[in-house]
Design a protein around this ligand. Structure first.
Ligand SMILES: [Zn+2]
Length: 717
């Protein structure tokens, strides 16, 4: 497909964030039916966006409304006012994090504008009344209110100490007790509690289920509307079955049906388009049970798929010609079908900050007995690479103009092929000696040894003439850029993500430093260290010698894995992969600081229609568009209740609209008039599915007559 030659990768930056865009290879070659399928999944993703905001903190949706309303009234010359500048950075940080807490550190943002100024903006703006017990000013300005999103400190009550909206009025002990009583301790346990909020009240602890008939009803209904449309245009019967099961889960809220869905989802392998949609990751819950909403819509990368097919076809050749010992080679090599995809749309937990690879489902028994599906998100990796290349990192760390030039020309493409070799052939290669289980024998070093093996396999072949012959790699010179960048990243660049004084903990970072450092020390005459203008550089002086080193280490790492040699594994990882030279580390951090590189990234998504795709380049605009056109939840969310009101006070009031919007059935005290049609709502965009809302009996029925707004809160809790 043709792309504009100068694609703008980075479109915004603020605080510690840069905002990037990503390309979608292969969209234009899709059939119209597949584009239609993508569009419906895109709409399902948008419909769920609000859920993550509310899950992160129960007043986030209201705060977003307030901030966006103020933002819309900014004066033309806002840049001349420190308060406005501070406010807009604050709002952008809130957008990036789906709420008022940092997406990574979990700490609440400190506003960089004055309380007085803010109060004035609030009173001048046309904003809705706050939800029950929501004190806007103290939420924004008081650092002791909702200070941490997820409390990890086990010496305090993590449930009470977390602002995340999975629990309310309950203690950690009560939550633990609740799931001792209601959990599933069978051999194939269903993920009880993954889709609910626990609330303590006069009637004990109540579980508010997130479903079509529960909390978040209006959003989940809308998700189902779009998933149902998607089913009509699925690529295969298996894909339709999988989506049908997902809708069953959303409709019933029954967690065991989520497992049933996952079982169908992993069977669905013959597709171009795939979707992850639901309550997926549990790391926002201090007790790791409640899951955050996310959607990731992907399309198979056709170029990568072609490359993978070609590599798979020749898998045996690659196995036979690798430098490993004959007894450690596979007799029938096939290649692994790891999937390389492009994301087309992400929402919730996966957006604007996104993962680069996903392996699901999370259910242990399903993984063990039925396997899992894993994807590499190629276009996000590309966007990161392209942005860091243009961010001055290459200029700063490349040892020569020649090396820089080669990287600019070839690195984006060559690193993709390297990932393919790693995933498709590397992980699939090699043979275990009889009776050896590497996970058991290598213990904590099993993952790093396996990843090192796959990396080394890729490094061994990336410079092989065979790939040039196959038409996959342009030239030997192009392939050299992968060697340059591997050494650069492994020994220096990746250290920028680690705090000075810390060891390397993350698996991939360990294997990269281990390989790069081992080669520097052991592949004699291949790599030299240069000191220039008080800066350190690493330069490859002999690529063939480096390759020989790669081969030697690959053979050794394969032997370690095939024989389960724990002692050597430990020594190799500890000697080369864990410790960092503190002087070099400080230098790297300093050089990045001077470059002004931001440590975190967010992404704007493309905008899809039934037949086309656009790539917006304004982060704020996209956030406003989503809130304006795809907002599906009211400011405040609870489970649906039947609420009896004094009509004279409540008719057409904001409180009543909120109650109906939240899915409650509102009945007048004399039982005459029932307000249960979402169409009643006027302050909120479209709820065009006027199904009758299920009545959930609560408390004493007609006795719970509402007389004023604040009582609503009291009745619910
Ligand atoms: Zn890997």
């Amino acid at each position: 497909m043709t792309e504009p030659t100068e694609f703008k990768w980075k479109i915004d930056e603020f605080a510690d964030i840069q905002i990037l865009r990503y390309k979608v290879h292969g969209y234009n070659t899709l059939s119209n039916t597949k584009k239609e399928l993508l569009y419906y999944l895109y709409r399902a993703a948008l419909a769920g966006r609000d859920i993550m905001w509310d899950q992160n903190y129960r007043y986030n949706l209201y705060i977003r409304h307030v901030l966006e309303t103020i933002y819309m009234k900014r004066p033309d010359n806002w840049e001349t006012s420190d308060n406005w500048v501070g406010f807009i950075v604050y709002l952008k940080r809130v957008w990036l994090s789906n709420g008022i807490h940092h997406h990574y550190s979990n700490a609440k943002f400190a506003p960089d504008f004055s309380q007085e100024w803010f109060t004035e903006q609030v009173s001048n703006a046309d904003i809705r009344d706050p939800p029950p017990a929501c004190d806007l000013v103290s939420i924004v300005f008081d650092s002791t209110v909702a200070s941490v999103k997820v409390q990890q400190d086990t010496s305090v009550d993590r449930v009470v100490g977390s602002a995340v909206n999975f629990y309310q009025n309950v203690t950690e002990d009560e939550v633990v007790q609740f799931y001792i009583e209601h959990g599933d301790d069978s051999d194939e346990p269903s993920p009880v509690g993954l889709n609910s909020k626990l609330v303590g009240g006069p009637h004990g602890v109540v579980e508010m289920i997130w479903s079509v008939n529960g909390m978040y009803a209006s959003a989940i209904k809308e998700i189902c509307v779009w998933l149902e449309k998607a089913i009509d245009v699925t690529e295969s019967p298996q894909q339709a079955t999988s989506l049908t099961k997902l809708i069953d889960f959303f409709k019933t809220g029954n967690p065991s049906l989520f497992d049933m869905y996952s079982l169908e989802w992993i069977k669905d392998t013959e597709y171009d388009i795939d979707v992850i949609c639901g309550f997926i990751e549990d790391y926002n819950d201090p007790l790791n049970r409640k899951c955050s909403f996310e959607t990731v819509v992907t399309v198979r990368d056709p170029e990568a798929s072609k490359r993978m097919e070609a590599l798979c076809k020749d898998a045996q050749w690659f196995e036979d010609n690798s430098p490993t010992l004959p007894e450690h080679k596979k007799k029938e090599a096939t290649g692994v079908n790891a999937r390389v995809v492009n994301v087309v749309m992400e929402s919730g937990d996966a957006s604007p900050s996104t993962p680069i690879g996903i392996c699901l489902p999370n259910s242990d028994w399903i993984r063990k007995e039925h396997g899992s599906k894993s994807i590499n998100i190629d276009n996000i990796i590309n966007a990161y690479d392209a942005a860091s290349a243009s961010g001055g990192g290459l200029q700063e760390f490349c040892s020569s103009p020649e090396e820089l030039d080669r990287a600019k020309k070839h690195l984006e493409w060559i690193s993709k092929i390297s990932v393919d070799l790693h995933e498709v052939l590397g992980h699939g290669s090699g043979k275990m000696m009889q009776g050896v289980d590497p996970t058991t024998s290598l213990k904590g070093y099993s993952a790093v040894i396996e990843e090192a093996r796959a990396d080394l396999f890729a490094l061994w072949y990336i410079v092989d003439p065979k790939l040039v012959e196959m038409g996959i790699v342009e030239s030997y010179d192009a392939a050299k850029s992968e060697y340059d960048s591997y050494i650069l990243n492994g020994i220096m660049c990746q250290l920028r993500r680690i705090k000075l004084g810390d060891d390397i903990q993350q698996t991939h970072m360990r294997q990269r430093q281990m390989i790069a450092k081992w080669l520097y020390v052991n592949a004699a005459g291949s790599i030299e260290k240069i000191e220039r203008d008080k800066k350190t550089f690493f330069r490859i002086i002999d690529y063939e010698k480096m390759r020989a080193g790669v081969g030697e280490l690959l053979c050794e790492v394969q032997r370690i894995k095939s024989t389960g040699d724990y002692e050597t594994a430990e020594k190799l990882v500890q000697d080369y992969g864990v410790k960092i030279d503190p002087i070099l580390h400080a230098q790297v951090l300093d050089r990045y600081r001077r470059l002004g590189t931001k440590p975190y990234s967010g992404f704007v998504n493309p905008r899809l229609s039934l037949t086309g795709i656009e790539f917006p380049d304004d982060f704020a605009e996209q956030m406003l568009e989503y809130s304006r056109e795809s907002s599906t939840l009211p400011d405040y969310n609870t489970r649906p209740l039947t609420i009896y009101v004094d009509l004279e006070i409540f008719i057409d009031s904001f409180a009543m609209r909120q109650m109906v919007a939240a899915g409650h059935t509102v009945i007048t005290a004399d039982n005459d008039t029932v307000f249960d049609q979402p169409g009643y709502l006027v302050s909120h965009r479209k709820f065009n599915t006027p199904e009758t809302i299920t009545l959930v009996p609560f408390g004493e029925g007609p006795d719970t007559l509402l007389r004023d707004w604040s009582e609503w809160y009291k009745i619910l809790y």
